[in-house]
Ligand binder design. Structure first.
Ligand code: NAD
Length: 509
């Protein structure tokens, strides 16, 4: 990997505390590596729990001024931030690709522009906090709503979309007037740190946005349990989310949990087959399948089943794996060898219980561009058939380039199977029949249901789960609800000393 991509910009350290980069003080280093070839991108000294305390103290100090600023002032800063991010788009895309192995076309066309757009959206949303109209609901009082920030937010993010996850956490929190300490995944902290630097450059005061690069069980858990953290916002696996919830509830903190997914992809027999096949390939392989909303279980009505499997297998075999910085590369490696081995383990176990591997199912040696892939965390796109609904590959989140296809007969059966996992983050239905579409969107239990597409997101609309995929919404005006608390103010307008309702205490006296 070209070391000049990151250069010496993190020489001062990989903790962003109170408006500046500083070194961590834990007795532990972490090598942020490029999973395409294993090269070290940045050696980081991790945060100790004392560094978390420093970050929380900075956020707490910054809170009175920031929460007291006008929505207009916060909006102006966010608008400036979106301009800075746009100016630095190429740099963000390259560093994001270097630390994750994402193809440069993905970071350039999706991760970075999505983040710029989100920032511009929250610049507008900051000025549009909503509540019920003030009014005389009792007749004797004027009731009004104050929508107030919560305090210091402790956020924890995963490695799959490091920049976008940092933005999804930071933007609504600060737009609403909170201050924040974000702990990104140790594997991928670099663009979160760059985002925090851009916040400072946009004029957002020191301490409003802090980033600590630390281990989950030490720095992360310390942040979640910190008495000065009023709200916890977590995106990651359902297992860790449960632990985060347990720790947060001890302090009765507001929690926002965006967890795992196992999205169904339901193809009815009237669907446009070409659209469904292309949608399944793109929807399952985006970000090398490391996407919580990726299509993972395709249910295809019997008449289309064989043609669908053949079509997806053919396209899977054509996908170009290679150097992430080659603009021709479709798919990069998984985020780490550990994640690759985890994915390969699911496929090997599926072979063991009799699954048919219709495409992929192996570690490739050479890329489309001649790149030697042997030191990278690559895995061929893998299509699995011939398993039942209770198979591990159908029920568990694999988080890699693996799609399982199962047949169904009646519409009822297809929708029942779609709902038959613990998860409920996203789903899609493929049909040209308006009644089937309406039924599927009504009956599928998921926070997002697409019709004749799978994956697109937009800043104006909410993203978040049902069931074991968690609760709380990211993006959209709904996320501002998460990061604010509603206060009812009730003012007497009668100026009467002895009010009617006092009779309940004083009787007739
Ligand atoms: P993970 O749960 O292993 O880690 C997420 C974060 O939690 C990391 O920053 C990690 O350091 C931290 N952490 C680990 N243990 C902790 C603890 N005890 N206390 C506090 N923090 C701790 O998840 P991951 O492997 O980084 O990411 C993949 C997962 O994220 C998948 O399950 C995916 O579906 C999910 N995800 C969900 C969404 C969504 O919007 N619902 C979006 C992206 C990813």
């Amino acid at each position: 990997m070209d070391q000049s991509i990151v250069g010496n910009r993190f020489e001062a350290g990989a903790q962003y505390l109170d408006g500046a980069l500083r070194p961590g003080t834990a007795d532990q280093h972490f090598d942020v590596s490029n999973p395409a070839d294993g090269s070290v991108v940045q050696r980081v000294r991790l945060a100790s729990t004392a560094d978390v305390d420093t970050a929380v103290a900075a956020a707490r100090r910054a809170y009175p001024e920031w929460s007291g600023s006008t929505p207009g002032a916060r909006s102006e800063a966010l608008l400036k931030l979106s301009g800075i991010l746009a100016d630095r788009a190429e740099d963000f895309a390259r560093v994001e690709s270097a630390q994750t192995g994402k193809p440069i076309k993905l970071t350039t066309e999706f991760d970075v522009p999505g983040t710029v757009d989100n920032t511009a959206f929250f610049a507008g949303a900051a000025r549009n906090l909503e509540g019920k109209a003030a009014g005389e609901y009792s007749g004797d009082h004027t009731s009004s709503i104050r929508r107030e920030p919560i305090g210091v937010v402790g956020s924890i993010s995963p490695w799959n979309y490091p920049l976008q996850m940092a933005a999804w956490k930071i933007l609504p929190a600060i737009a609403a007037g909170n201050t924040i300490v974000l702990k990104p995944a140790e594997l991928t902290p670099l663009t979160s740190l760059m985002f925090a630097q851009a916040c400072t450059d946009a004029g957002i005061p020191d301490g409003v946005v802090n980033v600590i690069t630390g281990a989950g069980r030490t720095a992360g858990e310390h942040l979640v349990g910190h008495p000065d953290v009023s709200m916890v916002s977590f995106t990651g696996s359902t297992g860790v989310g449960k632990r985060v919830g347990e720790v947060a509830v001890q302090g009765v903190k507001r929690t926002h949990l965006e967890l795992g997914g196992k999205a169904p992809f339901v193809v009815f027999d009237d669907a446009d087959l070409e659209a469904a096949v292309h949608g399944a390939v793109a929807g399952s392989l985006i970000n090398t399948g490391q996407d919580c909303t990726a299509a993972t279980r395709a249910y295809v009505q019997r008449p289309l089943f064989d043609a669908f499997v053949a079509g997806v297998a053919e396209l899977y075999d054509q996908v170009r794996l290679g150097d992430p910085f080659n603009p021709q590369t479709d798919l990069g490696p998984l985020v780490s060898l550990r994640q690759r081995d985890s994915v390969a383990g699911f496929v090997e176990r599926a072979r063991g219980y009799g699954a048919t591997i219709a495409a992929g199912g192996f570690v490739p040696k050479q890329g489309h561009d001649g790149t030697d892939l042997s030191n990278g965390a690559y895995y061929r796109p893998t299509l699995i058939t011939g398993v039942g609904q209770d198979a591990e590959v159908v029920q568990s989140e694999i988080f890699g380039p693996v799609l399982v296809v199962l047949p169904f007969d009646s519409d009822e059966e297809g929708l029942r199977l779609a709902n038959d996992t613990p998860y409920g983050l996203a789903a899609s239905a493929w049909t040209r029949d308006v009644y089937r579409s309406l039924r599927a969107t009504r009956e599928i239990q998921a926070g997002c249901v697409w019709v004749n597409d799978h994956i697109p997101i937009i800043s104006e609309m909410p993203h978040g789960g049902y069931k074991a995929s968690g609760y709380g919404k990211d993006m959209s005006q709904y996320s501002l609800d998460e990061y604010t608390q509603v206060k009812h103010v009730m003012q007497d307008i009668t100026a009467v000393a002895r009010k009617d309702w006092h009779r309940t205490v004083f009787g007739d006296r």
